[in-house]
Design a protein. Sequence first.
Length: 756
Amino acid sequence: MIQNPVFVDVILSLPLADKFTYRISDEEAQRVQSGMRVTVPFGESNKLLTGLIYRIHQNAPAEMEYKSILEIIDQTPVVSPTQLKFWEWIAEYYMCTLGEVMQAALPTEVYSEKKVSCVALSETFSETETWNSLLKQYEASKKTQKLLDLLLQFQILCKNDLKSQVLKSELLIKGRFSSAQLNNLIRKNIFKLIETHASRLEVFENQAHADDISLTEAQEEALTSIKLQHKNLQTVLLHGVTGSGKTEIYIKYIQEFIEQGKQVLFLLPEIALTTQIVNRLRYYFGDKVGVYHSKISDLERVEVWNRVLDFKVESSSSHQIILGARSALLLPFSDLGLIIVDEEHDSSYKQTDPAPRYHARDAALMLAQHHQAKVLLGSATPSLESYYNVQQKKFGLTELKTRYANVLLPEILTVDLKEAHKKKEITSHFSSFLLEHIKQALDRKEQIILFQNRRGFSIRLECELCGWSPQCEHCDVNLTYHKKSNLLKCHHCGYQIKPVNRCGECGSLNLKLKGFGTEKINDELETIFPKAKIARMDLDTTRGKNSHQKIIEDFSQQKVDILVGTQMVTKGLDFNHVSLVGILNADSLIAFPDFRAFERSFQVMAQVSGRAGRKHTRGKVVIQTCHPYHSCIRYVMENNYSELFVSQMQERQLFRYPPYIRLIKIMVKHQREEVVNKAGDQLAALLRKELPHTILGPEFPLISRIKSQYIKELWIKTDHAMGLKETKQRLTHLLEFFKKGAGFSSVKIVVNVDPS
């Protein structure tokens, strides 16, 4: 019998740093464990919240009065101790609360399962002898002949296994039972009705084995190199050119960990990529593969969570391989052996809002440490940070420099837009050179991908006399015109209005659409090539659950000739019949005001170029630019990653940017501009006084107001030697003082560690 009062510290889904202590009874103390969910009262109004037990102890809280938990929800923990330690690391490193990590990790209802009605034989007739007697009894009478037919249908549906269950719906449809006939047999105790759990997930059977994959000599050497380096290093970077066959290496390596009984996590930056990869993985691993990302339903997420939580090698209902976007990192793995981070350079791995603002690639390295697992990073255009870690001997490196089957990398050609305009060789936004190549590809029944990094029809509506443009009421941005909906829309907050026909500044009727997005490209192509089948892949066309998959499948099956898209078309997609890629405006990438713009531009252009000519013949890439001799474009044309790396690292070191230092971005937000200005100035002064680091700002960012909140940014540059952990601890205390002691409690402070 427990003598002293027992308490539990509970994590609540709140942006509050504290854990909250509650009393539990002696009986509850016998069955609670860390990682179980409980219902607790919170606040003066005793609002009911669901929390997670973090720790069980006998240390009474300092306050004389304390509350008790109301209900223990789970029979067993839904979060493991290893998982909780990983959550703690995320909260500490990315300067957020455990509650915010829990909010991001846990599905809405763990253990919520779908119930279905099944029909089974009652025990009296479930043996062959008694069943045959029953059939014989009904066989004697013509009046009951139909009933006999129904019983025989049941026997067929249960495949002669008289102790099995048949779905009630299947029995009514395939067995041709009526509800009245079925109910009659239930009343006679021939059948019984059973409520059971059913999966919402599709069932897949593998059609081949990973051993069936025949690797090329280069792939074999790469796989051997990875395994050798993993003996001494946790992480290896696989740097393979586009189309070099990295996926086959992944599958072969996954098989080794599956045979060891280990779990495997396969991360992808975009949901759009999962369709092709998951089909390939399921071809070899069947139902061992689970998919986890934001586009699947909450209840499907629950079921995948449970299949990972209850992982057993021998269980057919367990997922041993999880393929997903960054949120898959937060699943309850128990025996993780390998983490693959494909397209590791991609900025989509960084969560921006809400907290936790973690980077999935970097967090994967820590998760692997908790499980003593290996990490394989893959990319044709690695991030400078990862390649720097290779140079520092923290990561291993394996390179694949040739494409699968020795297919040549695409021929990359440039069009000087300034010269093309002078020579009147431009039709709308297409050079004559690009249009001629599109026509030739269509004539050969080949496919084309066109990349434009803006969605919508036109970027803005502009007055020809004074330059006025309609702006969002809540954000400092021009509204983008969308032709299909005939609306001007804000891509930051969703605000929209009907197009205006008069200038809001000078009253002129002379308004023109300026700039172009994917919708306009699609529209103009339909006019120029009326017989071509054209599809568009951007945020507007992929909002539905299966919309990505439908577009990709249609293009793969050559139901589409030209695919127009934003960065979604650049990332890891594999199409057999694409011979031409067009980059319509390379300058908009390079000119972006960010220290990573050069690196990102190279990555995007190299990645989208890699979609051309991947199987049979060499492809072509046409880059439209006003600066055809820009060094970034030259590096893309030469596929010269090493020169890019050297030049960019020299700049990063000279101007003190990652990976030579660490960045922490602080955003100050408020609805009133004067409050933001005052708060930004005072916070900057406080940080400069208390922190021995370079403090930049406060400055308004490129977009200074979003969703009616004015924004000012401060940047902290911290040298590695100065102790990032200590800096963040001091920063946390300073921000708490600033909010409470300096009178800025109404100001929202957002901290982003390692911003992308």
